[in-house]
Design a protein around this ligand. Structure first.
Ligand code: NAP
Ligand code: ZN
Ligand code: ZN
Length: 346
């Protein structure tokens, strides 16, 4: 299937227009015309090889919202015209305990990434969503509620689920005090979800000018961390803190803000190890944990939750020709709050 997109041809280079082919439909596949594709900071980390060797040419993009144009003969879940979403993975082994539990992101054989990896045949390079068309197995796509605008939906497929999943896992809700570090693509979704779930929500941000936006998204408190010393004067009363920062920060400062049995969940992936003082953990039986996106059932649950609560990502819609500038602006924390590519312009 002829496809037009944008690719990185070698590490750290700018993205350029790129024509390529996708597979013809297998019986369980659906084809979609992509409407919008979000730009996640993970795209930038991989395009710039900040996580180690990557596969080039690389068409990034794992926040995909589109409309079904064709279905394979065995497809039962979708029909032509359905609005569907695809996220960070497009396959998994389907038989391990994680897959059977609907936690495909933790597949013991490793999930099959939407791009920068090989499909399950071990040789076809998977190419992502910065493109006009996509082909996916029906089990790895979800339905988009009819009331939601497609541009604001695209980022839900990674940024949304990545924050929804830990908030649900650690029972964010009324009576719980939740902190979100970083008001970027992930953090702004976490703020909206934590508030919608009824938790007392605090945003920690090194961009003081984002305060009004954070409050409009539902944050009860906003703490500027421009001077990190501010953190030393706060009480240790958080149940849950989610770190979404894409750069190195001192997580020790935030571990100290957890109350007894509180949990700090690391979500941002700067690529370097964190350093932690053991007494900080054991002094209040604190936990340091991690969380990665969410499984297929929860991806659908999250979209349905967004449909019911009218939750969308705040987006800046761009043409493909603006992707390189969007990357630079994202790295400077200068995006409100997710760049989304208009895929009709490829
Ligand atoms: P993003 O939109 O760039 O947001 C990151 C935010 O971190 C920025 O908006 C900024 O918030 C804060 N920040 C950036 N540089 C900072 C610095 N030097 N010091 C302090 N704060 C800084 O990125 P994103 O798309 O949300 O992704 C965030 C991270 O999560 C990335 O590392 C990405 O790879 C990772 N990720 C993980 C998963 C997972 O499953 N675990 C899934 C997707 C992405 P303020 O301006 O408010 O301070
Ligand atoms: Zn992502
Ligand atoms: Zn598996």
């Amino acid at each position: 299937m002829k496809t037009k997109g944008y690719a990185v041809l070698a590490a750290k280079q700018d993205l350029v227009p790129f024509d390529f082919s996708r597979r013809e439909l297998r019986p369980d596949d659906v084809a979609l015309d992509i409407s919008f594709a979000g730009i996640c900071h993970s795209d930038i980390h991989q395009a710039r090889e900040e996580w180690g060797p990557a596969i080039f040419p690389m068409v990034p993009g794992h926040e995909i919202a589109g409309v079904v144009t064709e279905i394979g003969g065995a497809v039962t879940k979708f029909k032509v015209g359905d609005r569907i979403g695809v996220g960070v993975f497009v396959d998994s082994c389907r038989k391990c305990s994680s897959c059977l539990a609907g936690l495909q992101q933790y597949c013991v054989e490793g999930m099959t990434g939407t791009y920068n990896g090989y499909e399950r045949d071990g040789k076809t390079v998977a190419q992502g969503g910065y493109s006009d068309k996509f082909v996916v197995n029906q089990d790895y796509a979800v339905k988009i509620p009819g009331n939601l605008d497609m541009s604001g939906v695209a980022p839900l497929l990674c940024a949304g689920i990545t924050l929804y999943s830990p908030l649900r896992h650690w029972n964010a809700g009324p009576g719980k005090k939740v902190g979100i570090i970083g008001l970027g693509g992930l953090g702004h979704m976490g703020t909206k979800f934590a508030a919608a779930l009824g938790a007392h929500t605090t945003v920690f941000s090194h961009s003081p000018e984002k305060e009004a936006d954070a409050k409009a998204m539902g944050a009860d408190d906003f703490i500027s961390t421009k001077d990190p010393k501010t953190l030393a004067f706060l009480p240790a009363d958080f149940d849950l803190i989610l770190n979404t920062v894409s750069a190195d920060i001192n997580i020790e400062d935030y571990l100290k803000l957890l109350k007894l049995d509180g949990t700090l969940v690391v979500i941002g992936l700067p690529g370097k190890p964190y350093s932690v003082n053991v007494p900080t953990l054991l002094g209040a039986r604190r936990s340091l944990s991690g969380s990665m996106i969410g499984g297929m059932p929860q991806l659908q649950e999250m979209l349905d939750f967004c449909g019911e609560h009218n939750i969308l990502s705040d987006v800046e819609v761009i043409d493909p020709s603006y992707i390189n500038e969007a990357y630079d602006r994202t790295v400077k924390s200068d995006v409100k709050y997710r760049f989304v590519i208009d895929a009709s312009k490829f």
